[in-house]
Ligand binder design. Structure first.
Ligand code: ARG
Length: 458
């Protein structure tokens, strides 16, 4: 017998039960559902909407059901459709008519809205702590590599020398924004929808603020139609998760490039690489590739929910049940990717010499050579032109700027002096860039210090 069976004279087709039911995937909301029900029923008792003793009996049994679910003693029933009705059905089967009072002044529409918000709140915190762990590893590696010179790129062409620490701390900033975006979404998720009823609230004198306080919400929703039909916070979350994945994916792409023979900047630990079933020599960066691949999947989750929501009239529509699988999938994916990615970079071997040598090839110090002439009084455009000619000369003579003789320099400009060689050394190129945000060791160390303060303040 369905909990809503009164109006029906025939039972549903079994295909309909399968199709309609969400218990397969929404059973993971069991805890939120029960805690929400406990808060609701406590308030019903306190407000004398139902007798206090009944509220106590229901509360006690809900706690027992929670325990039984956690002990694996409960089997959910597809016919009971979703987690909300499964739990209510179990409750009624155990305590009879008293159990039927739980749903007073409530609809599954505001109930599911509550459960999802509680769940999203919990997951935001967990994801933030996983990001923090990744950031700590970035800081640790950056401290070790504040002097590890490597080429910085634009257009994937060697551009100017930087350090590995500078490069890694760029990702620190991205993940910091991800944490902040999650904080922001958290604020809008942290609003209690219970009390919105099916769509038009309720006639019972519910104390919504008491329930909000009990469940740790900072406020209550102010329009019952919006309360049951808002999924913006889910979309915001998916957007945040997409950006996290985008950052992980860009980083993965670099790990993949860096571990190739062409770059050979790093070597992944054996524990975080895989082999080939045919080519005995292969060591593949599968983990990074999968993180990059799974990014598409999370974007898909975002697009899916945006599309589901786009034309829904107010208020609740069953389409919204489709929010669960995409939100769960994106959360699971991000929670799987973050720790494995963190361990992968923590254990990788950095091939410092290769990075250094790569920075020394490809004229990454050409800008500094031009800046040298500017400091000797030439306008930047003229300096640019002269160094451009020198680079061409080097290419034609298969040499590099630091290997030219002073005479060769002087042929292009009398402004060159012996000190040009120091000015274009990779160390100078990096360490002279000591404005805020620059790669100079002292600036990166300052950034790292701020980053540590940030992490410790959370
Ligand atoms: N399983 C449903 C969902 O996830 C719960 C709400 C159902 N409400 C309803 N009126 N059918 O959206």
């Amino acid at each position: 017998m369905k909990l809503w069976g009164g109006r029906f004279s025939k039972s549903t087709d079994s295909m309909v039960d399968d199709f309609n039911s969400s218990i397969r995937f929404d059973q993971r909301l069991y805890k939120e559902d029960i805690l929400g029900s406990i808060a609701h029923v406590s308030m019903l008792g306190k407000q004398n909407i139902i007798p206090q003793e009944d509220a106590e009996i229901i509360k006690k049994e809900l706690k027992a059901i929670l325990q039984d679910i956690e002990d694996g003693k409960i089997e959910f029933d597809i016919e009971a459709e979703d987690i909300h009705m499964n739990i209510e059905k179990i409750l009624i089967s155990r305590i009879g008519d008293t159990g039927k009072k739980l749903h007073t002044g409530r609809s599954r529409n505001d109930q599911v809205a509550l459960d999802m918000r509680m769940y999203v709140k919990k997951e935001i915190k967990e994801i933030q702590s996983l990001i923090l762990k990744l950031q700590s590893v970035l800081i640790k590696l950056s401290k070790e590599h504040a002097e590890t010179i490597m080429p910085g790129y634009t257009h994937l062409q060697r551009a100017q020398p930087i350090t590995l620490a500078h490069h890694l701390m760029a990702y620190f900033e991205m993940f910091k924004r991800d944490i902040e975006r999650l904080n922001d979404t958290y604020k809008r998720t942290n609003i209690l929808p219970l009390g919105s009823g099916a769509l038009a609230a309720t006639t019972y004198p519910l104390d919504r603020y008491a329930v909000a306080k009990d469940l740790g919400f900072s406020d209550v929703t102010f329009n019952s139609l919006d309360g049951v039909s808002d999924r913006d916070y889910c979309i915001e979350l998916l957007n945040n998760l997409s950006l996290i994945m985008m950052h992980l994916s860009r980083f993965s792409e670099e790990i993949i490039l860096w571990s190739s023979h062409e770059f050979h900047f790093i070597e992944l630990d054996d524990a975080y690489s895989t082999g080939s079933s045919i080519m005995p020599q292969k060591k593949n960066p599968d983990i990074a590739e999968l993180v990059r691949g799974k990014t598409g999947r999370v974007y898909g989750d975002l697009m899916s929910l945006l599309t589901t929501m786009k034309s829904l009239p107010l208020a609740y529509n069953k389409d919204m049940q489709e929010d669960k699988e995409v939100v769960f999938d994106a959360i699971d994916t991000v929670k799987m990717c973050l720790p494995i990615f963190t361990s992968m970079i923590e254990t990788m071997k950095v091939l410092k010499d290769n990075m250094y040598n790569a920075a020394g090839v490809g004229f990454t110090n050409a800008t500094d050579a031009a800046d040298y002439l500017v400091k000797k009084g030439l306008p930047f455009r003229d300096a640019h032109e002269i160094i451009g000619k020198l680079v061409l000369y080097c290419i034609q003579h298969n040499t590099s700027l630091e290997k030219l003789s002073l005479e060769e320099y002087k042929q292009l400009s009398p402004a060159f002096d012996e000190d040009i060689f120091k000015a274009i050394s990779l160390e100078e190129c990096v360490n002279k860039r000591k404005i805020i945000g620059g790669p100079a060791k002292e600036m990166v160390l300052q950034h790292i210090q701020k980053a540590e303060e940030y992490i410790n303040s959370i």
